[in-house]
Design a protein around this ligand. Structure first.
Ligand code: NCD
Length: 360
């Protein structure tokens, strides 16, 4: 299924050369933002935020304003027709006829993909449940390019809620496409990186290992990417409390790290990094959030300039087969075609919206 517009649902929709170009444009904008101040004069961006956000929403809005464009949208669906039961399809159809570019964040996996099926403008995924967060990844790539001078040959530790953290899913998919990157996943057994991400890493020729403590990994890392335990994605308070406070990066642990290691975090921070780490020159999370504006300016410009149509659904509908993930958009918005990618012998299906696998 082809859309007339260019969308960004997952970074893997584009070749590495495309991301490199967006990152390079981000660097150029950072050097001289004023040069781009009128690039989006007369353009409108809509931000549909069905889930709380500070940085992603405001950095997108700032990015568009700094490019000369205007913004519309909501950050509380209770104040929109969503509260009256409007579907993503209808909201998207209407808002995309008002705007040139639509940015959507939603608590359910695959929601941005669903929006791209009916939108009459470009759609950008600003986070879909615990699934993906490609624009945070662009921000992270820009940060690495500026601060580590390379996107290859890095040992990256990812720590915390690796099962529910959409930022680390997208970042693994992206960094494994560059040469010679190694991943060290630091989590409890309950919060390990999903199998499908580990398979992508292997298929891309990168390597990973899994450890239980920060102490056994930190001294070997070029980058430590900390994440928050995603309370809102746990089935019960009890399960969340069992994981809370397991990993806390403090000054003492920072002494074990190399002097060149940088600490990244998509933010918000809860208690996984103590505030006394903030003054350490290796703490890069506030700078990273600042770079998010340049990354998003580069992305908006690229999407509006290129206008290459996107392929939205590439898979197949299998009569009677639906996705087994209760947090997949196809189990919430029932008009959506339940489309799956398949293994060659069609015994393994992968939902095209949320990547959940199913044996048939
Ligand atoms: C992240 C998100 O929303 O996934 N935040 C962000 O976009 N900067 C991380 C998080 O909420 O923990």
């Amino acid at each position: 299924m082809q859309s007339e517009y260019q969308h960004l649902i997952d970074l893997s929709d584009y070749p590495v050369s495309w991301w490199r170009k967006v990152v390079e444009l981000g660097e150029e904008i950072k050097r001289d933002p004023k040069r781009f101040a009128h690039e989006c004069d007369g353009k409108v961006m809509a931000t549909l935020f069905y889930e709380p956000s500070t940085r992603t929403q405001m950095s997108f809005q700032t990015a568009m304003i700094r490019l000369g464009g205007q913004i519309i949208g909501f950050d509380n669906p209770a104040n929109s027709s969503v509260s009256k039961g409007e579907t993503i399809k209808d909201t998207t159809k209407i808002v995309s006829s008002y705007a040139d570019i639509l940015v959507i964040r939603h608590p359910i996996a695959g929601a941005a993909k669903a929006a791209s099926l009916t939108a009459d403008c470009s759609v950008i995924n600003a986070g879909d449940g615990g699934h993906l967060h490609p624009t945070q990844t662009l921000t992270d790539l820009l940060t690495l390019k500026i601060e580590k001078k390379s996107l290859s040959g890095l040992t990256i530790g990812m720590c915390g809620d690796l099962i529910n953290g959409r930022t680390v899913h997208s970042l693994c998919k992206a960094l494994s496409m560059f040469e010679d990157n190694k991943f060290v996943f630091i989590s409890t057994p309950e919060l390990r990186m999903p199998a499908y991400i580990k398979d992508i890493i292997k298929a891309n020729g990168s390597t990973y290992e899994e450890v239980d403590t920060l102490e056994e990994a930190i001294s070997r890392l070029d980058v430590l990417y900390m994440t928050r335990i995603q309370q809102e994605r746990f089935a019960s308070e009890e399960e969340y409390l069992a994981q809370k406070n397991t990993y806390v990066l403090d000054r003492k642990k920072m002494q074990l790290a190399s002097k060149d290691m940088i600490v990244m975090h998509p933010l918000p921070r809860v208690d996984e990094i103590t505030v006394d780490v903030d003054d350490d020159p290796r703490a890069m999370y506030f700078t990273q959030a600042k770079y998010g504006v340049f990354a998003r300016m580069a992305l908006i410009l690229t999407m509006l300039r290129d206008k290459k149509p996107s392929e939205t659904l590439r898979g197949k509908v299998y009569p009677g087969v639906s996705c087994g993930n209760p947090r997949c958009i196809t189990n919430h918005e029932h008009y959506l075609p339940k489309s799956f990618r398949s293994s060659r012998d069609e015994t393994l299906l992968e939902c095209e919206y949320c990547d959940e696998r199913k044996l048939i």
